[in-house]
Unconditional design. Structure first.
Length: 67
C-alpha cells in the first residue's frame, strides 16, 4: 500500500491516486492544479494554507488504503 508523509510532493500524491486532489481541495488547497504546487511537499502546502499537516496525512492515507 502506498502512503504519503509530510515530505511527499503534491505531484507524487496525485500520481498515487487522483482522488487525493478532492481531499486536498476539501481541505482548502484549491491550487492543486497549479504547476508550482506539484513540486511542493504536503507539509509546505499545509504551512502556506494554514492547515494542520498530520490530520491531512491521516485522511489521505486512509483514502489510499481503501482505494
Amino acid at each position: 500500500m502506498e502512503k504519503v508523509t509530510k515530505d511527499t510532493l503534491i505531484g507524487e500524491a496525485l500520481m498515487m491516486n487522483m482522488g487525493v486532489a478532492e481531499i486536498l481541495m476539501e481541505s482548502g488547497m484549491h491550487c492543486v492544479g497549479c504547476p508550482a504546487s506539484q513540486g511542493e511537499t504536503i507539509e509546505e502546502a499545509c504551512m502556506v494554507h494554514g492547515i494542520e499537516t498530520d490530520p491531512l496525512i491521516i485522511k489521505i492515507n486512509d483514502f489510499l488504503a481503501k482505494n
